[in-house]
Design a protein around this ligand. Structure first.
Ligand SMILES: O=C(O)CCC(=O)C(=O)O
Length: 299
């Protein structure tokens, strides 16, 4: 497999891990923030109780059915906070932002949102990758929240991570082989080289995990008869700059963004299911040429 160390060699990106955390956190403990900086993640964090997450699940059951009826796959609901009031309301939930604020400070920008609904029998995995490797953003100061909409465990394809791998920042990657059935298109080989043994983030519905944009993570095929649905929400600090129009999908959900670099999408009026032909598809995860839908940077 040919290996690459920069998906955007034409861009001047600062590809380092920047420790996060405020001096006086309100919800995260200092130990949790230290865990994030040293191991690259925090999990599990209780956010929504059983009845709150049941309401969120019912919303996504309906949205997923409508999206799939319109031709979208269960991995293509990206940035629908721009179209659907319900998605906007969930990604901007104070109950999530309060934890993120302890990492990023008072100004919080949502760069994008991405539903990963792993259906029983769909045969899809997410190969080992680093999020920041895909993203035309600099500096690398993005923390993702992954909200478990269903209970997740090894059997239904819970996310797995390599603790401490974020400390390497960019590691070599290759273009995923078709037989991997990867939802995305980068693959890091032998991930254990870059940190501790893999840890599965088995979350109960309503819990979140937080992970660094450099943390190596993946998820296996859903071997169960249960769906495994989660919503990834990417939060960044206001000093991050986007290339290639990646500032167009954001919401300035807390604080002020004085430069106007980041779009601030208003709460949608209703629930619009985008037409497939209008779609951004997996380009929302990055490293895809939007015109050809081919992995970018791979020759
Ligand atoms: O949901 C998954 O299986 C993968 C999620 C992921 O890669 C991410 O949140 O960055």
């Amino acid at each position: 497999m040919a290996e690459y160390v920069d998906a955007y060699p034409e861009l001047q990106r600062d590809l380092r891990f920047f420790p996060l955390g405020v001096d006086n956190p309100r919800l995260l403990t200092h130990a949790q923030i230290e865990h994030y900086n040293e191991r690259g993640y925090i999990a599990p964090i209780d956010v929504f109780d059983a009845s709150e997450i049941a309401g969120i699940r019912a919303y996504f059951d309906d949205l997923l059915a409508k999206a799939m009826a319109a031709g979208w796959s269960s991995y293509e609901i990206t940035n629908w906070h721009k179209h659907c009031r319900g998605v906007w309301d969930i990604v901007t939930q104070p109950a999530i932002l309060d934890f993120v604020q302890d990492l990023l400070g008072e100004t919080i920008i949502i760069r994008h949102s991405h539903l990963f609904a792993k259906l029983p029998g769909d045969g899809k995995r997410v190969s080992w990758h680093q999020d920041a490797s895909y993203w035309p953003l600099s500096p690398s100061k993005v923390a993702s929240a992954w909200l478990a909409i269903d209970d997740t465990d090894i059997e239904n394809g819970a996310m797995q991570i390599i603790p401490r791998s974020h400390l390497h920042a960019q590691v070599p990657f290759g273009e995923s082989a078709p037989e991997e059935n990867n939802v995305l298109n980068q693959t890091v080989a032998e991930p254990e080289r870059y940190g501790d043994a893999p840890v599965a983030l088995e979350l109960k519905a309503g819990q979140i995990s937080l992970h660094s944009d450099w943390l190596l993570h993946s998820s296996e095929v859903n071997q169960s008869k249960r769906r495994r649905c989660g919503l990834a929400i990417r939060f960044l600090s206001s000093d991050v700059r986007a290339f290639n129009g990646w500032n167009q999908h954001s919401i300035v959900c807390r604080g002020v963004e004085p430069t106007g670099h980041w779009a601030d999408h208003p709460r949608p009026d209703g629930e619009l299911i985008p037409r497939k032909a209008d779609g951004e598809q997996l380009a929302a995860h990055g490293w895809v040429d939007q015109q050809s839908a081919k992995p970018k940077g791979v020759r």
